[in-house]
Design a protein around this ligand. Structure first.
Ligand SMILES: NC(=O)C1=CN([C@@H]2O[C@H](COP(=O)(O)OP(=O)(O)OC[C@H]3O[C@@H](n4cnc5c(N)ncnc54)[C@H](OP(=O)(O)O)[C@@H]3O)[C@@H](O)[C@H]2O)[C@@H](O)CC1
Ligand SMILES: [K+]
Length: 223
């Protein structure tokens, strides 16, 4: 089922309804999102070390799921969190704890220099810094992390939305993550339609996260 482009509010409401009205848990949605994204990464960037930049919200949570699935595919994978792990909450905290128990390579880097060190041997950089929860210009370490990531010669893949791009307007922070591929969940976002965004989004792949077709029907595109 093809879905029309959705605003921040629409896509977040779909997630919320799947959880509250259908009894799907956020962890299940995150697992589907992360697993689907890992498969697309494997199809598009099949070799080399993958370094996943993770922020404090659920976009970061997706990153820990992606890391676990890439590790299962026997990829070299490292997670670099730009916040302390004990500042995470909810589903992101749960998936970070699983990654740590599974002895995946999880590093914390809260300065631009430390982020640069952990990214220096990356062949693929995956942006799980901020997703649909982001508002306004990039603050603090997020701006530094994107700046460093954009300077490294690697394949860059954004998860859900390139960090720095506004989901609704497509407006881009000066330090927006420059993706070659954007893997986005449920549907494209309205901001992706605007002129000038294509050079930051790269190719776009939509990954379904298992929310029921009935819930998506109001947003379906006619065949
Ligand atoms: N919910 C679900 O069911 C599913 C969700 N999924 C995934 O979750 C993503 C949405 O996650 P989310 O809502 O946690 O928001 P997200 O973008 O990770 O972080 C927001 C945090 O960042 C901060 N912040 C905000 N703006 C900022 C700025 N300009 N500069 C710097 N910091 C800024 C702000 O923190 P504050 O600064 O307010 O303390 C806020 O707490 C979605 O895109 C998808 O990938 C999938 O797993 C599928 C199931
Ligand atoms: K992102």
């Amino acid at each position: 089922m093809k879905i029309k482009s959705l605003s921040r509010q629409q896509v977040r409401s779909i997630d919320q309804q799947a959880i509250e009205d259908y009894g799907m848990t956020g962890l299940v949605l995150m697992e589907n999102a992360g697993r689907g994204a890992a498969e697309v990464i494997q199809q598009n960037a099949a070799t080399g070390r993958v370094v996943i930049l993770c922020g404090k919200g659920n976009n970061g949570g997706d990153g820990y799921v992606i890391a676990r699935h890439l590790d299962l595919m026997e990829r070299q994978v490292r997670v670099v969190s730009v916040v302390e792990i004990d500042s995470l909450s909810g589903d992101a905290a749960a998936n970070a704890a699983i990654a740590q128990k599974a002895e995946l390579d999880v590093q914390v880097a809260t300065t631009a220099e430390a982020i640069k060190t952990h990214l220096s041997d990356a062949d693929v950089i995956v942006d799980c810094l901020l997703g649909t929860g982001a508002t306004g210009p990039l603050r603090g370490i997020y701006a530094d992390a994107v700046k460093v990531a954009n300077q490294i010669k690697a394949t860059r893949i954004a998860i859900d939305v390139p960090t720095g791009m506004d989901v609704d307007s497509g407006e881009a922070d000066p330090h927006t993550f420059q993706a070659e591929l954007t893997i986005t969940f449920v549907a494209k976002k309205t901001g992706f339609e605007f002129e000038g965004t294509q050079s930051l989004l790269g190719d776009i792949e939509v990954v379904p996260i298992g929310v029921p077709r009935k819930l998506l029907r109001p947003w379906a595109l006619a065949d």
